[in-house]
Ligand binder design. Sequence first.
Ligand SMILES: CC(=O)N[C@H]1[C@@H](OP(=O)(O)O)O[C@H](CO)[C@@H](O)[C@@H]1O
Ligand SMILES: [Mg+2]
Length: 565
Amino acid sequence: MAQFQEVSKLSSQHPKPPGLVLQYGTAGFRSNAKHLDHAMFRTGLLATLRSKKTKATIGVMVTASHNPEEDNGVKLIDPMGNMVTAEWEGYATQLVNAEQDDLLIVLKDIIEKETVNMSQEANVFVGKDTRSSSVSLSQAVLDGVLALSGHSKDYGLVTTPQLHYMVCCQNTQGKYGEPTVEGYYRKLCQLLYSIVSLCVCVSLFVCFFFFFFFSSVQHAIHSFLPLHLSVDGANGIGALKLHEMESHVKSELQISVFNDGSKGKLNYECGADFVKMQQKPPTGMEMSPGERCCSYDGDADRIVYYYTDSEGQFHLLDGDKIATLISTFLKELLTQVGLDLKIAVVQTAYANGSSTRYLEDTMKVIVRCTKTGVKHLHHAAQEFDIGVYFEANGHGTVLFSEVAEEKIQLLTQDPNTNDERKRAAQLLQNTINVINQTVGDAISDMLLIEAILAIKGMTVQQWDAIYTDLPNRQLKVKVADRRVIDTTDAERRAVSPAGLQEAIDSLVKKYKLARSFVRPSGTEDVVRVYAEAETQESADALAHEVSLAVYRLAGGVGDEPKPLH
Ligand SMILES: CC(=O)N[C@H]1[C@@H](OP(=O)(O)O)O[C@H](CO)[C@@H](O)[C@@H]1O
Ligand SMILES: [Mg+2]
């Protein structure tokens, strides 16, 4: 067929290095950018097939998120803006690893297995981050789409969640929003205006009573707006997009952007991953004591907040604290509107033990633990009326079931609802709209958090004080083959190699309030070790001892892990 001749022709311009094997991992393909040209072209081919199969627009995002500048990667976005299914992840791995001469055989095999109608039209949206390699790599994706006569739309520089949003808007015929970057800002920011204005109405109402005691109403509003926030853009796409969004929110939210890419290197000593892992502020950020700050990652799908206190002590408010703030807010609103909706928080094994305890024992919400990787959390969250999911590293969002959205919508229109209930229903409605339900989104999460803090009149210190994190430590161990470690119970227990779990169990027993687990990373060639305990010294010592156990029992390479102190 002529169609396949074009594939042969164009694929020879994007040849596969013989013998190279890549795996569609936790977040798509990731590697040094030099190894990815063929993977991009072939992901373009697969996205076209997926589009024909689903009769919908598919997204392809070129990014390696928080990884170093030299790396790159690619992920596929399904019609509703979700991650692609596990089955198609498998096809992606097969197609990308086919040696040059076998490419057509593997391609035709997928077409046959999935009974793809090749005369069906195909549409693929493509986006990229700010890495210098992203320019040619996204062109390789576009070539792949072209090779199978698919239509493509190149969104150029966008955040990962923006591309997820575009795909969802396109496939819901605009019901989710307008599939443009401007449409995205309008949707998200308008809601900040209405959330804030609802709040101002309440402030005005309160001020009316206190008018004669305290100076003026105007003063109260001015002290409320605009909000101030310092953002570390990780020298990536998020910084660029914040500048773009500025004009939409400048009277409600003043953002000072640091690490905006004008001089520093992407993700280097900055960004959400650096801040979370190192538990310290990014370089290049000016912070005054008590000031609210946050960091995005390299493709702006993660966010963490932090501040330093008057003694210079650093305080991190990670994904767990964000999930707690958002679920508290939603639960309070549900009580006010009197709706009996099932709300749950979904976490991974990396969630701080204090957060899980607080959510279950004090807030009395259902907590679920899944494997690492947003796709797992997303699926679990879909089982509830309202599913709040966050990885501890700040990647997360909230999902509302259709039933929940309908019930809330009805309440906002019900003439028999009293003012207080109506206001709460309206806030819930606005919250639904400000949230990017397709995937974790640093910009959307930031706007929601800012609105919640304003509505609740809460400082970052008060938010931080909801519970106290258990001291914790994450380490990496190099082993010859990390696949020798197999886990169960949402990655909290190791079933192989023999003796490893027993060794961890006996080490954990030595410390108070301790917990530790190990798992092979899905994005890096390392085994990750997590430990938490009553004191930082204990968490550090436990993490080191568990690292040694991994090194000895799972084939460690290089030098033995050294103690932290
Ligand atoms: C401990 C940790 O933060 N792991 C991260 C990291 O996965 P690993 O499989 O642990 O390498 O990258 C994933 C993709 O960004 C993210 O979803 C996940 O939370
Ligand atoms: Mg990311």
